[in-house]
Design a protein around this ligand. Structure first.
Ligand SMILES: *Cc1c(COP(=O)(O)O)cnc(C)c1O
Length: 433
């Protein structure tokens, strides 16, 4: 795989360079130069393949020139060690459950794949790296779990103090070892800006072998395409193209879906659904990208005011907003609507939506209704287990939901974090000390 920067002012790089560099030096984002189409034979028999088999074929088409098939197969079998089932919630409304991994959120896919391809290359080169990552909640837990105890990798996680759930905080502050949590007195956007500046800082780069693990890293996007194929495999028997509603913050998940569509997956349409942080739905409606400070919501992993993957989104379509609209509809919903639908879906079907999944449900429902979409299968992505947002969910449905054992265990551990200001100089000072 060869990759270019969306700003197009620096040379193309290999997958390995993009993996470790994270961001190109011109402040763009790496994009694959070419996205290969999978052969029709792959889709003809896709329903007979396992999740890991599908993921291997997709990744081999993308990375076959970079990682030998036998090594890639080992990596995939390790990454795809849990299921992503499609569950029927009601007529023509299916949920793709992406929360069966170790941190109970979809970011496990990106973090696990990234850590394993990095460790594959690091072992070959006998090298060490420092991962810097900003999290609005779930990235941190998934990265901490995904990279924990990986030899030669130290992970520093920045998170906004008081703006992640208790359990999310526990997941990123309790592992210790090679994982350090920095508790920033600011917003997620502050954290993200500080990390971005660190990658552009010459002094830090001279001293450390810095790398990112955010959704900006291309190795996070690739595995996020796998489950779109696997979802299709599970509903193929219904004989219709698929509409996916993706609960979005930084839009990495959606970009994974766009890769899958480019590779030939029969996706009729995407719904890019957000909470009140509706910069992308606004852009789709007006054609103007107007990033702004994030506002706090109950689906806080999507509280992003300046979605970095906007650059990739427009790059996929050569900046042609009409072409984007042909594939993607934007929708956004308030906390009140989100709470109402969690309760309504629970009362009518028994299915428990976490707040992020509820936003995706609302986006799909609105799209299906507006388009009288009977000839498509509707799938909304569930990005987190409801127990990760237990305060909201218990309150709304009026009952205590069950907490998976892995979360109960994390909840009992002691939080260890280092407080930090919200300026880049604070981060730099800490790292150089
Ligand atoms: C990160 C996250 C999202 C948003 O995903 P993006 O790829 O940033 O759009 C949605 N839901 C949950 C639970 C998340 O952790």
């Amino acid at each position: 795989m060869r990759l270019y920067s969306t700003k197009k002012t620096v040379p193309e790089v290999s997958f390995k360079e993009a993996l470790f560099k994270g961001l190109p030096s011109d402040n763009g984002l790496y994009m694959p130069l070419e996205i290969p189409k999978l052969p029709q034979s792959f889709f003809d028999s896709i329903e007979q393949k396992s999740f890991a088999e599908i993921a291997f074929e997709v990744s081999n088409a993308l990375l076959g020139d970079d990682i030998p098939a036998a090594d890639l197969k080992k990596i995939i079998d390790d990454v795809i060690s849990f299921d992503a089932p499609v569950v029927k919630v009601q007529d023509n409304m299916y949920v793709l459950e992406l929360f069966h991994g170790p941190s109970l959120a979809f970011k496990d896919f990106g973090a696990r794949f990234m850590s394993r391809v990095m460790s594959y290359y690091l072992a070959k080169d006998k090298q060490d790296i420092n991962i810097l990552v900003a999290t609005s909640g779930d990235t941190g837990g998934a990265v901490a779990q995904g990279f924990y105890n990986m030899p030669g990798i130290h992970v520093t996680i920045l998170y906004p103090s008081g703006k992640v759930s208790d359990l999310q905080e526990k997941q990123l502050t309790t592992l210790g070892g090679n994982i350090t949590a920095l508790e920033v007195q600011g917003t997620f956007d502050d954290c993200q800006r500080m990390v971005k500046e660190a990658f552009l800082d010459e002094e830090l780069n001279a001293k450390f072998n810095l790398s990112s693990a955010n959704s900006i890293n291309i190795s996070r996007l690739i595995p996020q395409s796998f489950y779109y194929f696997y979802a299709y495999a599970q509903v193929k028997k219904l004989g219709k193209d698929v509409v996916f509603s993706v609960p979005s913050g930084n839009f990495g998940n959606l970009c994974g879906g766009l890769i899958a569509k480019r590779m030939g997956l029969p996706v009729a349409h995407f719904v890019a659904t957000t909470n009140a942080n509706n910069v992308i739905p606004d852009y789709l409606a007006s054609g103007v990208f107007n990033p702004r400070p994030s506002v706090r919501t109950i689906s806080n992993a999507m509280d992003v005011g300046n979605p970095s993957n906007y650059q990739r989104l427009v790059a996929f379509y050569n900046e042609d907003v009409k072409a984007i609209r042909a594939d993607i509809t934007g929708k956004y919903f308030t906390d009140e609507q989100t709470e109402d639908i969690i309760k309504k879906v629970y009362d009518t079907t028994g299915y428990i939506l976490d707040p992020h999944t509820a936003v995706a449900y609302l986006g799909l429902r609105a799209y299906m209704y507006e388009n009288s979409a009977k000839d498509v299968t509707g799938i909304f992505l569930s990005t987190a287990h409801p127990a990760k947002f237990i305060e909201v969910v218990n309150d709304v449905i009026g009952k205590n939901i069950e907490i998976p054992e892995s979360l109960q265990a994390a909840g009992k551990l002691k939080k260890v974090s280092i407080p930090l200001g919200n300026q880049f100089k604070d981060l730099k000072e800490y790292l150089l000390k």
